[in-house]
Write a protein that binds this ligand. Structure first.
Ligand code: SAH
Length: 397
């Protein structure tokens, strides 16, 4: 096997089971690996540390798979790893109430570059690295053998693949996928998921537990769901007895799907409360017309895609939350999220504190939101922690 020897002093993250080896940490490569090949990673003295797959085209040159020298990474190994990850999902989700969740979460499940989501009887895969892309068939065979799905569809995220020197890829990989959206069930609420055209893999599975938690506060309240996508938070709130829910997203297709989801659940709704708009602008206008809701939800897309964009994102998060807080009265609740991995929970609290001061409000953090059980955070790989949120109560305004 090709050997990748690290520069002196660069072995610590590998020893601690982090999943990545950056190009700058490598001192020499003994042999000529092809991109995607299995390699062993050694310390400066040539002492074994881990196995991984190689890609010279990527800044993350090796993604690690196993840290024991006796492991043999063959087809059987991939099968076992995939089977174990799926097995872990049998715990902690009420499968009578929920038929859609993440089966494999990349580095967090020790399968870097591979994401697999189950939507009812169908699977949606993301092959995000070259090493995983090359092993597509092994992965599909394993998924078919373990789950016998009706269809497997690929929706690989474009930006991640470009960093790996791969082109965008999507399409049917196995079986068939219905031409109409798939009707999934999440905590007994139905959602139509378009795996072909929808954002990401068609639905945001990662907010399941947070939607359910927030629904506990919704009875009899007026709610503003900002950055709604297909209306996850809106439907849970309405279902829990909210008096009125206003839903805002800049995508007309997303807002159309909110309407279809209300209909799929036979939940009454008012069309004038489904709004296609830029949230930043909508909140400013709401401030100038003195609108009011008891609960406001802010679930923006990743505003800080990298550490470099952090200062700009910090301002955007602060502005967004300040605009929402300005609308709020004593006793109101703000459920605010960040899915940027580079924004820590502590930093997010700080941003909210600044926003509260500028909006002239006093806040309590009454709950911390995070990732659901099917989007675990692996202790050795802190980057798998990305979704965080705060439930804030306005105590004086
Ligand atoms: N809350 C959703 C997921 C939100 S994903 C759920 O529970 O499923 C982020 C959403 O923000 C996307 O639907 C995207 O269309 C929308 N979006 C992005 N920028 C926006 C903007 N400036 N104003 C309004 N919506 C925006």
């Amino acid at each position: 096997m090709i050997q990748v020897n690290l520069a002196k002093g660069k072995e610590k993250p590998v020893k601690h089971h982090h999943s990545w080896v950056f190009s700058g940490a490598i001192a020499k490569v003994i042999g000529l690996p092809a991109n995607g090949d299995l390699v062993s990673v050694n310390d400066f003295n040539g002492q074994f540390l881990a196995y991984g797959y190689y890609n010279q085209a990527s800044k993350i040159t090796v993604r690690l798979l196993a840290w024991s020298e006796t492991e043999i990474i063959d087809e059987q190994w991939w099968f076992q790893k995939i089977a174990k990850s799926i097995e872990r999902r049998k715990e902690g989700i009420d499968l009578n109430a929920t038929d859609s969740y993440r089966l494999i979460f990349s580095e967090a499940d020790e399968l870097p570059g591979l994401i697999v989501d189950q939507y009812q009887d169908y699977l949606v895969c993301q092959f995000l690295t070259l090493g995983i892309d090359q092993r597509k068939q092994i992965i599909i065979d394993a998924l078919v053998k373990i789950l016998n799905p009706k269809g497997i569809f690929e929706r690989s995220d474009a930006s991640a693949r470009i960093l790996e020197g791969l082109s965008v890829s999507s399409g049917l990989l196995y079986g068939s996928i219905p031409s109409v959206p798939i009707l999934i069930k999440e905590n007994n609420i139905h959602f139509l998921v378009d795996v072909n055209e929808g954002q990401k893999s068609g639905y945001f599975l990662d907010q399941r537990e947070n939607r359910a938690y927030l629904a506990n506060f919704a009875k009899g309240k007026t709610v503003l769901d900002c950055f709604s996508y297909s209306g996850g938070f809106s439907l849970y709130a309405k279902n829990a007895g909210a008096k009125e829910v206003t839903t805002v997203d800049s995508s007309a297709a997303a807002i159309a799907s909110v309407q279809e989801n209300y209909q799929a659940n036979q939940i009454p709704f008012a069309e004038e409360n489904l709004i296609v708009a830029d949230v930043f602008q909508y909140l400013r206008e709401a401030n100038s017309t003195n609108k009011h809701w008891d609960i406001i939800i802010l679930d923006p897309p990743k505003l800080a895609p990298s550490r470099k964009s952090l200062p700009r994102a910090e301002r955007a998060y602060k502005d967004l939350n300040m605009q929402a807080l300005k609308l709020m009265k004593e006793g109101d609740l703000l459920a605010t999220f960040s899915c940027s991995a580079s924004v820590t929970l502590e930093h997010f609290k700080q941003i909210l504190a600044w926003a509260a001061v500028d909006a002239g409000k006093e806040l309590q953090f009454i709950h911390e939101f995070g990732q659901p059980i099917d989007h675990p955070v692996r202790s050795a790989f802190p980057e798998s922690y990305y979704l965080k949120g705060l439930l804030c109560r306005v105590i004086s305004a």
